[in-house]
Design a protein around this ligand. Structure first.
Ligand code: FES
Length: 107
């Protein structure tokens, strides 16, 4: 298990205990993070699992696939460090990671 904190646009925070190997999106939804609705269930088809990864944590992520890039482009989200949580698995290097969430994912 690693601890990951999700920070909503309004500053509210949810800390989750995420099993290594689980989808980062699943860790967020099982942890009841309000700003990750993940409407497509992790099929890289909705973009409602976007997270903003601060620079110091980006090395925990593999390079995005072309389908992840396409979905991020669809949203035209120019924010630095934007990734789709459903396309990344939790790994041990993520322990203590803090991720920010887009304003349009604040429900
Ligand atoms: S859950 Fe739909 S793109 Fe990630």
């Amino acid at each position: 298990m690693v601890k990951i904190t999700f920070v909503e646009h309004d500053g509210s925070r949810t800390e989750v205990d995420a099993p290594v190997g689980q989808s980062l999106m699943r860790a967020a939804t099982y942890g009841e993070v309000p700003g990750i609705s993940a409407d497509c269930g992790g099929n890289c088809a909705c973009g409602t699992c976007r997270v903003y990864v601060p620079e110091q944590w980006r090395s925990c992520f593999a390079n995005p696939s072309s389908s992840e890039k396409d979905m991020i482009d669809y949203w035209n989200d120019q924010t630095d460090g934007v990734r789709l949580a459903c396309q990344t698995k939790v790994n041990e290097a993520m322990d203590g990671m803090i991720l920010n969430l887009p304003e349009d994912q604040h429900y």
